[in-house]
Design a protein around this ligand. Structure first.
Ligand code: NAG
Ligand code: NAG
Ligand code: NAG
Ligand code: NAG
Ligand code: NAG
Ligand code: NAG
Length: 896
């Protein structure tokens, strides 16, 4: 399942699924080999159920009294199951709707002996209409006619709601699917159509056998979609509801190259005989990489050459690459249990970039990965209480950002540790050895260890990276030119003292090939208290973690930071490369947050930004400024200082990306332009605001959302907002609609913000985009209080509407992160106590709010020290700032 982080999609990582039981595991005495499944959906339009028949060929590998398989609580037996080996066996059945299993025993109480059996079950099952899991039906309007779609979401535990099966990843089998659809409906599934026959109006379509795969990878879509063929060696097409052909063109053009890149990298051919990409109006996940049939939310697959931006393009290509990579890392090789999900999601996330590197080398995906994945993972992991590999209390909880982001980051670290070629060979061998079966991280490390020339066993090296929460903070001190490096754990649990095998790389000013080396120059191990080395002659500065290839943060002693600061303020940043500048900025903000360095240190060093033109460094910098501004508010003394600091230092950066400059072929320029203008306008940059207002109509498509957003933010008349609203209503393209919504949410006007909040609860508004809109309003300084109030007033309706994607915990976490006053904190606390009966989700939200509160208490004064150095007389504070001093002190008082 792909939940990729673009925009605020981060939150959707916390999507959790209703009723995914965890502790119950099927016995391993019976192994399914093949399923022949018939699904009769002829009455799909008028009935909320369907009929199915399944014949499972299976081996009893150990004599057993019971054959136990999954049987969803929405299923009903139509007759007694038929069990045969050579002859029919008289059986008894019991079902358990709690853990959703069917147990079959011999009516005479005999054991089932070893051997091959077939089990046939005729059943009837409910179709989901409000919850998007199992087999579900959704509808859309096409030229004033209502049309129906029947689609599936089986990952992680919903295949059992569609047919009786051994619904755990480990029980891989071959599937032969047959459908009986209504007239005029096309069925797309994992494999090619083999045979179609009709008797009267009764159509039967048979599909080819699938490769051996897990139950959750079975999928189908029954629809009246339009498809655009793509030219590859495997049959491939891109399908959607009736929309202009050109919207499917980008995906059709990009998919073949990505598939080829992955075949080449892995050295393992694509197994299935076709690969289709289908955009669904309703999908629980962002996308689902089933074998041969990848499903996407519409905005993740469709792209309009004139209406979509370069950033939309990268998003679509990113989803394609992720789910194509999933065909190897997910389908062909699958983690044995959900607790090791990072094995495929982390791989898919990393290989998404490797594939795009091949097709779009100029997008610098390897560099983008550092800010989009590694730094996000570190920020996330700082407060995470659980590791990558975890024992699960709920399967759904594993679909979280740690799995995707930290998983991908750890895999990148291993690649740098082993070297790119060795890693590639090792991964290829791993896939070949484990294809069609399931694995655990142990298998991966063992395979990679064979090609490794490390001084340590790779499994030992990796153990604490995957089994412990958090990551190491390296402490670097220098005395008499001898450097000492020690480690300390960063995680939400301060009592933990994990030690890691840390691969260390470093660069000094004396190095000729700066920051090139990413294979470890030194190791800090759990057995050493410290590792020491001497600075080379003439080295004026030392920076650890070349290209941020290691998953850790670095802190230096005062002299160390001083020398880095001096270097960064020289021409060409003293030779410190852009990814490391970005890493230094990100590390520093985080260290200040953790109270390891002072904010004076951070801002003094950040003065180098006035010469900075790198997208990566600025990306990390705005992340840091944003964190502070979110907590102090734009209207406080501190908010004012930080805003002015950012504005003065970004002038050169801003001027390097003029509004009217459209460089379609330069993706990094476009990303830079977007970042610069978005922040300049938020911070109140006069030129940015003026241009947005005057360019309101004739915009650069890549700056469309920024321009409309800023124009609406500053707008004093209602008709502009109404105009954009009418565009929103007219638009039929989801990504464009979302862009308009995002822009509409920039307004400062209460009524308009309330309209948007109300929209999230309207029947016609799709629940899957509700959190997106809610979070946009919540992120607007003028919307935050309204959104909180709206949530407290409507939480029952919100939870009811969003139950299908069960976004409770994400909404609550988001809310926790926005709480900065004692008043709202107490409100949330009361709410969690009385209305959520102190649920864990509620507690987590409170923890986040509490962290904010502590940050304000500790960091507020600390921050002021940079802007108002204590030596100066307080009376010299400009009068314009003095009036703002009040709010922050009130906050201190309230929280004390
Ligand atoms: C068929 O299964 C029954 C019940 O387990 C067993 O008694 C019998 O020996 C099996 N026959 C064959 C041919 O495997
Ligand atoms: C870093 O190491 C030095 C010297 O070993 C020590 O004095 C200092 O407290 C350490 N700092 C942190 C943040 O652990
Ligand atoms: C993992 O961390 C523990 C706790 O510090 C340490 O004792 C152990 O040596 C570490 N193990 C590995 C393999 O890194
Ligand atoms: C939002 O909905 C509430 C309750 O239905 C209603 O009272 C209010 O007028 C609506 N506000 C706007 C701006 O639509
Ligand atoms: C900030 O202060 C100005 C002037 O007092 C006020 O108009 C504006 O509404 C305030 N903004 C926020 C987000 O409170
Ligand atoms: C929360 O529960 C209390 C006590 O049951 C109730 O009075 C209040 O209305 C509830 N709050 C909301 C927002 O529903």
């Amino acid at each position: 399942m792909s939940s990729t982080i673009r925009h605020l999609l981060t939150i959707l990582f916390f999507v959790s699924f209703v009723n995914s039981q965890t502790n119950f595991r099927l016995p391993k005495s019976v192994l399914p080999q093949q399923y022949n499944l018939l699904i009769d959906i002829r009455n799909i339009q008028d009935r909320d159920n369907f009929r199915g028949g399944v014949t499972i060929t299976m081996d009893v590998v150990e004599p057993t009294k019971n054959i136990v398989l999954h049987f969803g609580r929405t299923l009903r037996l139509l007759s007694k199951p038929l069990l045969q080996n050579i002859s029919d066996i008289n059986v008894k059945t019991t079902t358990d709707t709690n853990v959703e299993v069917l147990t079959i025993t011999d009516a005479n109480g005999n054991n089932f002996e070893k051997g091959s059996y077939t089990l046939s079950i005729q059943y009837e099952a409910a179709i989901s209409t409000s919850i998007l899991n199992g087999i579900y039906r959704s509808s859309y309007i096409d030229k004033e006619n209502t049309k129906y779609i029947v689609a599936t979401q089986f990952q992680p535990t919903f295949a059992r709601r569609a047919f009786p099966c051994f619904d755990e990843p480990e029980f891989k089998a071959i599937f032969k699917l047959t459908f009986m659809p209504p007239q005029g409906i096309t069925v797309i599934t994992n494999t090619k159509k083999e045979k179609e026959s009709s008797i009267g109006t009764m159509r039967t379509i048979e599909f080819a056998e699938t490769p051996k795969m897990s139950t959750h990878m079975v999928a189908f879509v029954a629809s009246q979609f339009d498809c655009t063929a793509s030219t590859t060696t495997v049959q491939s097409s891109v399908c959607s509801v009736n929309r202009p052909e050109e919207e499917r063109q980008l995906a059709a053009e990009e998919a073949p190259g990505l598939l080829q890149a992955l075949i080449q990298y892995t050295g393992v051919n694509y197994e299935d005989n076709k690969l289709e990409h289908v955009a669904l109006p309703d999908l629980l996940a962002e996308s689902m990489g089933h074998w041969g049939l990848i499903t996407y939310r519409e905005d993740n697959l469709l792209y309009h050459p004139e209406k979509s931006s370069s950033i939309d393009k990268q998003k679509v290509v990113g989803f394609l690459a992720h789910d194509i990579a999933y065909q190897w890392f997910g389908n062909l090789v699958t983690p044995t249990w959900w607790s090791d999900l990072f094995l495929n999601e982390g791989f898919a996330r990393y290989f998404e970039n490797i594939a795009i590197e091949q097709t779009h080398p100029d997008w610098q995906m390897d560099k983008q990965f550092v800010i989009n994945t590694v730094q996000k993972a570190l920020r996330n992991d700082e407060s995470a209480a659980f590791p990558l590999q975890q024992s699960l209390s709920d399967i759904s909880s594993v679909f979280n950002s740690v799995t995707y982001l930290k998983g991908g980051s750890i895999i990148r670290m291993v690649e740098h540790v082993l070297g790119a070629d060795a890693f590639k060979n090792g991964v290829s061998a791993y896939i070949k050895n484990f294809q069609h079966s399931t694995t655990s991280p142990k298998n991966l490390w063992a395979e990679l260890n064979k090609i490794s020339n490390l001084p340590y066993d790779l499994q030992t090296v990796m153990e604490n990276w995957t089994k412990q929460p958090g990551f190491p903070l390296l402490n670097v001190t220098t005395e008499n030119r001898q450097v000492t490096v020690t480690q300390k754990q960063i995680s939400s649990n301060n009592d933990l003292t994990t030690q890691w095998y840390v691969p260390i790389t470093y660069t000094t000013s004396a190095d000729e090939f700066k920051f090139q080396t990413t294979s470890p120059q030194l190791w800090l191990t759990p057995n050493d208290n410290a590792v020491k080395f001497n600075l080379p002659d003439g080295a004026e500065w030392l920076v650890l973690n070349n290209k941020q290839s290691g998953f850790y943060r670095v802190n230096y002693d005062e002299a160390g930071w001083d020398s880095i600061e001096v270097a960064l303020k020289l021409d060409n940043f003293g030779g410190i490369g852009e990814l490391n500048r970005a890493a230094i900025v990100d590390d520093l903000f985080s260290l200040a947050k953790l109270n390891v360095v002072t904010y004076s240190r951070v801002f003094k060093l950040l003065e180098f930004l006035k010469n900075e033109g790198s997208y990566y460094t600025w990306s990390s910098a705005f992340e840091g400024f944003g964190y502070i501004l979110d907590r102090v508010g734009l209207n406080s003394t501190l908010g004012d200082y930080v805003t002015k600091f950012a504005l003065t230092h970004m002038e050169k950066f801003y001027n390097s990306t003029p509004f009217q400059n459209i460089q379609e072929d330069d993706q990094i320029f476009t990303l830079k332009q977007n970042l610069a203008h978005k922040w300049a306008c938020i911070l109140g940059h006069t030129d940015c605001i003026d241009k947005s207002k005057s360019l309101f109509k004739a915009f650069n498509i890549n700056l469309k959302s920024t321009v409309i957003c800023s124009a609406l933010r500053e707008s004093t008349v209602d008709f502009e907002w109404d105009l954009v609203w009418s565009h929103y209503e007219k638009s039929t393209m989801v990504s464009e609609k979302n862009m308009f919504l995002e822009s509409l949410s920039c307004t400062k006007k209460t009524e308009q913000l309330k309209t948007l909040l109300n929209l999230t609860l309207q029947d016609t508004f799709k629940g899957q985009y509700g959190l997106f809109l809610f979070s946009k309003v919540l992120n607007n300084p003028y919307g935050v209080d309204l959104a909180l109030e709206f949530f407290f007033e409507n939480y029952e309706k919100i939870f009811l509407k969003y139950q299908d994607i069960n976004l409770r915990s994400s909404i609550l976490q988001l809310i926790g992160s926005k709480i900065t006053t004692a008043e709202t904190y107490n409100k949330l606390k009361d709410f969690v106590t009385t209305n959520l009966s102190n649920s864990q989700e509620g507690q987590e939200a409170l923890n986040i709010a509490e962290t904010n509160k502590n940050w304000l208490k500790r960091s507020g004064e600390n921050l002021l020290k940079y802007f108002e150095p204590p030596i100066k007389n307080a009376a010299t504070i400009p009068a314009s700032f003095a009036i703002f001093l009040l709010p922050i002190y009130i906050i201190f008082v309230l929280f004390n």
